[in-house]
Design a protein around this ligand. Structure first.
Ligand code: FEO
Length: 378
């Protein structure tokens, strides 16, 4: 059940959705009771309610995650089925009251590992904090060996395919989704993956994007994204106002390439932040390149640095390069934005005005430094 949102192009006023998205809901009918898992984005509440016209009873509404794109129609569902109860984690209970205005007496908190019988089918609830908020949980339908993980393993991908038939396309969308939404929680996800290894899973039904009917692919991908060492890759977010920083970027890209180091520059004024985030999943080094605006970094690079720190990728090494007209603190301010990451920094390389021979030599030294640190990475 649920709805495909073909036209949505932005999430959280931040995340580009080049392929739209979907808000999936699932109806599990047992011999005695019926459960609805998740309740779509508010914008698609009417679509879910229309589907429910054909459903005479819903006894349980499972709110796995309170974020509104999965709970937007919860109040409407409860109004339609006055005897239905909401199931959530204990932390979710308070959040449902606060965020959705649903009365506490209609909500039952379930413990981690608790099961609820629908008659001939059984739902098992696995508390899974931080995928993506602290109150999140997964639901396992024992008899069918189906996992409903809400945001986890999802993809922002509008498609008429119920299942992940175009595997390459789904993999790319799922990686973008992981990078933008899940990467800050990689440590928690590793723990959840270890726990899920004890479960026989024949199908994964996320609340965004198509169903994984062969779940091995997405489980393996998540193991790589959360656990593998970073790759031999430099991401290079940059801005340039009058060309000096652009020349430095061009030189550094060439210098790194000559040394066998993978590099991808991102002109932040025009880049899709999802494309940048995807590369952050694998990159070992980030080099911020910025002109000096007044006394600090260019706002596009401020955004890149703030976003980089927020996404908490596996990065190990970093540098700031750029230019200035008369002075400033662009390097220090950029570094400060990434203070939460454990990064080894190369000395900043800055030029007043156009880059000179010594500027290019310093960039070559930076390329040497990076190549040395990447030598054992693939
Ligand atoms: Fe798809 Fe965290 O909501």
């Amino acid at each position: 059940m649920g709805a495909v949102d073909w036209d949505r192009r932005l999430f959280d006023e931040l995340i580009p959705l080049p392929d739209g998205t979907s808000y999936n809901a699932y109806l599990v009918r047992g011999s005695e009771r019926t459960a609805l898992i998740d309740a779509v984005d508010p914008a698609k509440g009417a679509a879910l309610c229309e589907q429910l016209d054909a459903v005479d009873r819903v006894d349980l509404l499972v709110v796995q995650h309170v974020e509104q794109d999965h709970s937007g129609a919860a109040a409407a569902v409860l109004e339609r089925y006055p005897k239905a109860r909401v199931l959530s984690t204990p932390k979710g209970k308070g959040m449902i009251v606060d965020h959705l205005g649903i009365p506490e007496e209609r909500i039952t908190a379930v413990d981690d590992g608790e099961t609820v019988s629908l008659g001939d089918r059984t739902l098992e609830f696995l508390h899974a904090p931080w995928v993506h908020w602290p109150e999140t949980m997964l639901t396992y339908l024992r008899e069918e060996r189906i996992l409903f993980p809400c945001d986890l393993f999802g993809s922002h991908l509008a498609t008429a395919d119920l299942y992940a038939v175009d595997r390459a396309r789904v993999h790319e969308a799922a990686k973008r989704y992981y990078a933008e939404i899940m990467m800050p929680f990689a440590k928690s996800i590793r723990d959840h993956l270890r726990r899920l290894a004890d479960y026989e899973i024949e199908m994964i039904c996320p609340s965004h994007g198509p169903i994984h009917d062969e779940p091995g692919d997405i489980l393996e991908a998540y193991r790589h994204w959360t656990s593998d060492p970073p790759r031999n890759l430099v991401v290079l977010p940059y801005a340039s106002m009058h060309g000096s920083t652009q020349r430095m970027v061009d030189h550094l890209v060439e210098s790194l390439t000559e040394r066998g180091v993978g590099v991808e520059p991102f002109h932040m004024a025009v880049t899709d932040l999802g494309a940048y985030a995807i590369r952050l999943v694998d990159a070992a080094t980030v080099v911020f390149a910025t002109p000096t605006v007044l006394v600090g970094p260019h706002p596009s690079v401020v955004f890149a640095a703030y976003l980089t720190a927020a996404l908490r990728p596996k990065l190990r090494h970093a540098a700031v390069i750029g230019s200035y007209g008369w002075g400033g603190k662009a390097a220090e301010q950029t570094q400060a934005l990434c203070a939460g990451l454990k990064l080894e920094w190369f000395d900043p390389v800055f030029t007043r005005g156009l880059p000179k021979q010594e500027t290019y030599s310093a960039l070559d030294q930076l390329a040497d430094w990076i190549a040395k640190r990447h030598k054992d990475l693939t």
